[in-house]
Design a protein around this ligand. Sequence first.
Ligand code: C2E
Ligand code: MG
Ligand code: MG
Ligand code: MG
Length: 284
Amino acid sequence: RAKAAGGNRFALADAEADARAITRHGLTTALPTALDRGEFFIEYQPLVHLGDGSVHGAEALVRWCHPQHGVLGPDRFIPLAEHTGLIVPLGRWVLEESVRQANFWQERHTDGGPLRINVNLSPTQLHHPSLVAETVDVLERSGLEPGALCLEVTESALIGADDDLLKPLRQLAEMGVDIALDDFGTGYSNLANLRRLPVSVLKLDRSFTQGMQHHPADPVDLKIVEGIVSLAHSLDLAVTVEGVETGAQAEQLRQIGCDTAQGWYYARPGAPDRIHSLLLADAV
Ligand code: C2E
Ligand code: MG
Ligand code: MG
Ligand code: MG
């Protein structure tokens, strides 16, 4: 009996694995036409100043409205797009579209100071020879100043990065584009390495904020975040925290000295109109 049950369990696990593989295969083959058919769209999540709750900017997060599977999050298709190379045209579209959107916001809210737009770059995009030229081109055509753009790269994408890989990022940084180190704390978190990277923003991963969910927060977790923040500040890096889900977390992070925050407590990723109305209201 036990054996039979075990056998069934394995059969079930196999079936699930098969189903996942079939879906993965289907998604991979559907990817190229999805871009032509306009099935991708971007949601924007506000980045908020911890000091006064004003809107600092927004992160562009891509979604796929699949005709059969409904709306898919980036974790379902970005790795596939990376694997097939479609990430290059897809990433180009995300950059173009979100920069255009940011410029639209900018033109209507000039008094509120520059509004930032954060765009994620995957490793393949980082290695692509025309990254700098394309970014310059997108900025010029939109009219958005380079200082309003922040490109997010993960630490793992820069692991062992030599000068050839860092050169395009340096060029962008010299133009005034901000480079953020995304998901900091999930990889090697090599603090000494930060010095040689052309980054100006550190994005603390959600795992840090998750550790602060309990009330009162674990004092050791707090000390770790405090240490990272003060080190980042001493290297002239601004600190953004992701995954802020409660007011208590926001308050603690503000006291620790984090600069900006992002998370469900403020707003979930949403349609561009949402950012527009937040800017009109002047706070989240
Ligand atoms: P990320 O850049 O670290 O983006 C933050 C993720 O955390 C987003 O997930 C966001 O929806 C989620 N999030 C924000 N606030 C909270 C919160 O309070 N609680 C929780 N539990 N989650 C929160 P999403 O949209 O599923 O994106 C996942 C990842 O996909 C992103 O992580 C980014 O690495 C990648 N990605 C998204 N858009 C693009 C893109 O256009 N290009 C590339 N290359 N990667 C992208
Ligand atoms: Mg990001
Ligand atoms: Mg992140
Ligand atoms: Mg993350």
